[in-house]
Write a protein of this length. Structure first.
Lengths: 379, 379
């Protein structure tokens, strides 16, 4: 096992940058107090008014509006909590540790009067700090605040290079050698690097389909990496796919159900993120992702009509919302056409509906046919 | 890599037994038809009336009541569906394939008049076949019907021996060498074998706690295997822990939140299963599991009083239900006492509440103290 120097350097650089940012803010607060003026913290406004869709970048981003949290009688508690959370972050970077959102809430139980009464309070302040750090290119994971949820499962032509946290030694995980099991993506992936000879990443909606492609080693012949999203992908899954695609210059193809939830929630979250959490999109969005299927046209082309389900009222509402209110959908005529086609057909189809033609039709026919015509993928 | 013969033999034996069972039933049906009498299928009754708690075995089990599905005009469709599903199972065993519940539903779309209209129909018939097979010691996974959900994450002193489905070659996965990631348990684990020098298995409720123990390599010094349950454990997680514990004679300790859901849902499901699915308990229950914590007494012993939450009405109802209606709880005075203590204290505590004393208090203090006194674990 040999130490992966370039990665360590990147990690150490980011840690230095994180501590530098936290210290510079703390110093400004301290200087205000020393000079007898009320200290303040400048934080990006996180409401939807301050979110814009950047078509060139391909995702929602925070605008320039700022709110200023000045120390007053009313803000004393939130002000102190913000500083204590920043100090917690600094200590975690220094000790190479981390805390989940829930743990952050509990840590405060020893903070006396500025303890958090509910996790909603600590989450809001964590979001403020995250938004501030994002302005400097630092993510919440770099502040060492980790999400509760791990990422999806991974298998295929990929070696993940991690490190032993105790010794710093490189640890190599061969995702082609996990049998019917898979690699479970950790909560933070910033420190990982990759080696691969894959041609693309296939992001899959359902666990059942992932297991099928993995058990039949689809990734071996198709020369790819398969990732299970298990519905709307978690932060860790999104960041993992993003880093993998960026670092290895791999295209990302999405294989999800043919329904408005698959288009406007699962695929859209992976690709362009959401307006509600615009501070994180620049780290998590996979702007290079494309939609392999299942498309409305696939229902016709692959004879799935009698394996469909009627669109429910919620499906129709979600589709109409996407057509009228979603800047991403509206920016892409191909998506407008596809969603209108689905509404006109009045049905939805799951990726597992392909089993109608036999369990492995998806491996023997559907995916090879689709992959032979990448230009037909939806944007 | 060398082929693991003993495991292959076991797998092949079970496959032979599965095909033997399916054929013997089919032959009886055929013989009835040939002799001019109406064929029938004898299936265990799956209602709660036919479930008993076996204290010696430590889990709920199906009783002896049987229902007979005779071929009539009214039952023709269900009868045909049962036989077709059995044929599907046979074909999957022969081709070393599998189907999720959802895929089974879709496969039927080519069955003409006996196609399933809804998945509830195919699930019910699958449960019937499963119950029938369970009488002969065969699980649903051996019939090759797999659950949608994969199992939890695993890390620690364990080598999982799987096989390459194409070549049969053994594949060894070293769960001590996955960095901050983990091994994701596949949907079926029947074909796995294990090598380990661990002293015990620690089954953990939350992903956040799992990540903490994994990142700090708790399993290295504590000489154990850690498994993330992520709430109520899935079938795959339960079967994995059961096989691991049985084959390697390892004790299983559970580390979950101190609340009625943690006791009566998460822990109880792992240990004794549920009455609603008694046909599967004999394969999935981990009767040897014991409850490490968090116990109501731990709240006092580890000074967590100010990191608790008041019991909600649903918590109190669940606790009362457990005390009055749950045969497992009623059979164990230690549990009755613990639940009464919790009700009297009026609060619940999460495992992450230990972070009040510092993020790694759980590693440095709590777990070592508990593990030094295994006899205090709840049954």
């Amino acid at each position: 096992m040999k130490r992966s120097n370039s990665e360590d350097a990147t990690g150490a650089d980011l840690d230095k940058k994180t501590i530098g940012l936290l210290e510079s803010i703390a110093k400004r607060v301290r200087a205000s107090i020393d000079s007898g003026s009320l200290p303040n913290l400048e934080l990006p406004v996180r409401s939807l008014d301050n979110v814009k869709y950047e078509e060139a970048k391909g995702y929602f981003e925070l605008g320039n509006a700022r709110k200023v949290r000045t120390l007053t009688v009313n803000t004393a508690r939130a002000f102190a909590q913000t500083l204590r959370l920043m100090a917690t972050s600094r200590a975690m970077v220094e000790h190479d540790d981390f805390a989940t959102k829930r743990e952050v809430y509990y840590i405060s139980k020893n903070w006396g009067d500025c303890r958090f009464d509910e996790q909603a309070e600590s989450d809001a302040i964590m979001d403020d700090i995250e938004a501030m750090a994002s302005m400097y290119g630092l993510s919440r994971e770099q502040l060492r605040f980790y999400p509760e949820s791990h990422g999806g499962s991974v298998a295929g032509r990929l070696t993940v290079v991690d490190r032993n946290p105790a010794t710093g030694e490189a640890i190599e995980i061969d995702c082609a050698n996990l049998g019917s099991g898979a690699y479970s993506i950790p909560r933070s992936v910033e420190h990982l690097s990759f080696r691969t000879d894959a041609r693309f990443v296939l992001a899959i909606e359902t666990g059942g389909m992932f297991q099928r492609l993995n058990n039949h080693r689809f990734w071996e012949t198709a020369r790819c990496i398969i990732v299970e999203m298990a519905g709307v992908p978690t932060r860790a899954t999104r960041r993992f796919i993003r880093l993998l695609s960026d670092k290895q210059q791999l295209p990302v193809y999405c294989f999800v159900d043919c329904d408005p939830y698959g288009f406007a929630n699962i695929y859209r979250t992976l690709k362009v993120g959401s307006g509600n959490a615009a501070q994180i999109n620049r780290f998590l969005c996979v702007a290079q992702a494309r939609f392999l299927g299942v498309t409305p046209q696939d229902i016709i082309d692959f004879g799935l009509e009698d394996a469909t389900h009627p669109l429910a009222a919620t499906d129709i509402k979600r589709a109409q919302d996407a057509l009228h209110n979603d800047p991403f959908i509206k920016a892409h005529p191909e998506w407008v056409t596809a969603i209108k086609q689905l509404l006109q057909m009045g049905v939805r189809a799951e990726q597992q509906a392909l089993a109608k033609w036999g369990l492995n039709y998806v491996i023997d026919e559907y995916l090879p046919q689709k992959l032979a015509n990448e230009s037909s993928f939806l944007p």
